[in-house]
Design a protein around this ligand. Structure first.
Ligand SMILES: C[S@@+](CC[C@H](N)C(=O)[O-])C[C@H]1O[C@@H](n2cnc3c(N)ncnc32)[C@H](O)[C@@H]1O
Length: 308
């Protein structure tokens, strides 16, 4: 139902009504932090599974992972999971948002891993000079916010230790929260929301500094000088009935879509979303039966191409 594209708060969203470029600034990231934390908690399995899979694909001569750079760490849920899964590792969480990084520090303290997690404020592609090298560079749902994705992935090569891995997680299929046929609004709401999300996303990309057209990530990884050792579509399916936090996530995910896409939606669809996201309405995602979470991510494991 809802798209999975990042962003929040209609009030703060800056774009013109002729569908000019969308810009996500610090106010928007700060407003998104709590939802991003809940989303990452609900979908934590993506991180756990990707770490296990990357481990299987590691070079046989690779040393144990002792240093990790988490690019676009956001609120730090993935960062703390990396700290749990690599108990010997020191992690640098890199993000362009002070609010996200302060959330990440709070979370690291809550999880008792502050001594192994540093935060580094950087608006990529700038600000990587002092972050050093790592055995593992993790970039989950962050590279699509950078205008020149190939350029930044090429830069990241210089921050990998020998036999180091870059693990990239990006959008898979659009998220679904409801069956295709819902008893609110016109049929086909989910497909129309997907189209709106795609147009919003193109507008967001068009507004990024130094933006260049994207290609499929495995292709861009090749262009940036990596061998892709694996690329697959990972799925997390949380069936109905959801846990309270799963249900809360489903509700806020659709509320975000309602706000984020406000001026791109058909009035009928906006009205349907208003009903589905009104916590006091019996038809809302908070109260109706059959709400689930069906999410997917493309996960890629790569390492720099070795030059003979
Ligand atoms: C959708 S969140 C992903 C959070 C987390 N990695 C996850 O998978 O749940 C994207 C993060 O990338 C950060 N980000 C966006 N553009 C960035 C840039 N140019 N440099 C550094 N971080 C950036 C945002 O501040 C945000 O925290």
């Amino acid at each position: 139902m809802a798209s999975d594209t990042p962003h929040d708060h209609h009030d703060h969203q800056r774009h013109d009504h002729q569908h000019g470029h969308v810009h996500i600034g610090e106010a928007e990231w700060a407003a998104l932090a709590a939802h991003a934390e809940l989303e990452a908690e609900v979908l934590l399995q993506f991180v756990t599974d990707a770490v296990a899979w990357a481990g299987e694909l590691r070079h046989p001569n690779a040393p144990p992972v002792r240093t990790i750079i988490d690019i676009g760490s956001g609120p730090g849920v993935g960062t703390c999971e990396l700290a749990r899964l690599f108990p010997e590792a020191h992690i640098v969480a890199v993000d362009g948002s002070t609010a996200m990084l302060s959330n990440a520090r709070r979370r690291a303290a809550d999880h008792g891993v502050s001594d192994r997690i540093d935060t580094h404020l950087a608006e990529l592609p700038a600000g990587l000079e002092t972050i050093g090298r790592a055995d593992l560079i993790w970039a989950s749902m962050s590279l699509h916010h950078i205008g020149d994705e190939v350029g930044v992935m090429r830069m990241l090569r210089d921050h990998l230790e020998p036999h180091g891995q870059l693990v990239v997680t990006e959008f898979g299929d659009p998220m679904r929260l409801l069956p295709d046929q819902v008893d609110v609004g016109r049929p086909g709401l989910a497909a129309r929301l997907d189209a709106v999300a795609a147009s919003w996303f193109a507008s967001m990309r068009a507004g990024l500094p130094g933006t260049v057209p994207s290609e499929e990530f495995p292709t861009m990884l090749g262009a940036a000088g990596y061998d892709v050792h694996g690329s697959h579509l990972a799925r997390v399916h949380l069936p109905a009935p959801l846990t309270p936090s799963g249900r809360q996530f489903a509700l806020t995910q659709l509320q975000r879509a309602r706000a984020q896409f406000a001026d791109r939606l058909d009035p009928d669809d906006a009205e349907a979303l208003t009903v589905l996201t009104d916590p006091d309405h019996p038809s809302s995602l908070l109260h109706r039966d059959g709400v689930f979470v069906d999410a997917s991510r493309r996960v890629m494991v790569a390492s720099p191409t070795e030059v003979e």
